[in-house]
Write a protein that binds this ligand. Structure first.
Ligand SMILES: N[C@@H](CCC(=O)N[C@@H](CS)C(=O)NCC(=O)O)C(=O)O
Length: 216
């Protein structure tokens, strides 16, 4: 479903947002050119009428691709795979079971990842108030579950031993968890999975923040 669209995609993002990084990482991996615009979240530009007309939820990431405006990181991964890859099912699943497994990680990224490692990082990187006990316990629970999943699978990636959108959806906030005071030292399989992704051709890192003293 490749388009003839020669114009660049515009990505509205924040350079330290994992939700945004997964979109820019995916566009690099599939070699889709784009221009990044960083609205001033501190000045609430993402709550302006102009921004809310693009995404009524007032959140980044949003992409504009010609006549198509798409928001929500996992929705954008789905759009990009369907629009710009030769074989979208390679990323989104080839069988009902694979599709389900990839959707499962999309859901985990939108709930467990967002309420755990992403939230832990919000405090140190953005000065947000968080419920530390709840966020740390959610984070450890997710990391422990991912570690077990990867060790049971004995595979390089989260689904079907190949890189899929599930890995892209989960990578950024897991790899940057130490910025929220979460040590990854006890999760050997997660570390291997992170290295597998970082070794990909065209990999680009998210802008880093200082590693916080480990608190979980
Ligand atoms: N479900 C959304 C969540 C996006 C999100 O939480 N974006 C944050 C930046 S990481 C944001 O824009 N926060 C500002 C706000 O919610 O007011 C997605 O996956 O894209």
């Amino acid at each position: 479903m490749q388009t003839d669209n020669n114009q660049h995609i515009t990505l509205y993002q924040h350079p330290k947002s994992g939700h945004c990084h997964k979109v820019s990482l995916f566009m690099h991996l599939i070699d889709v050119p784009f221009e990044a615009i960083n609205p001033d979240l501190g000045a609430a530009e993402h709550k302006s009428d102009a921004f809310l007309n693009m995404n009524p939820f007032g959140q980044v990431p949003v992409i504009i691709d010609g006549n198509n405006t798409v928001s929500d990181s996992n929705a954008i991964l789905t759009y990009l795979a369907n629009t710009y890859t030769h074989e979208p099912s390679q990323w989104l699943g080839k069988t009902p079971k694979e599709i389900a497994n990839i959707q499962r990680w999309f859901s985990i990224s939108a709930y467990e990842l967002a309420k755990g490692p992403a939230a832990a990082r919000l405090e140190y990187v953005f000065g947000a108030n968080i419920d530390v006990d709840r966020v740390l316990s959610a984070s450890v629970s997710l990391l422990t579950t991912m570690e077990r999943h990867l060790s049971l699978q004995n595979e390089k990636y989260l689904v079907s031993n190949r890189l899929t959108a599930a890995d892209i959806a989960m990578y950024s906030y897991i790899a940057h968890a130490p910025e929220g005071g979460l040590s990854l030292i006890n999760y050997p399989n997660i570390n291997v999975w992170i290295s597998n992704i970082q070794s990909l051709a065209n990999f680009v890192a998210m802008q880093s923040s200082p590693i916080a003293e480990a608190r979980a």
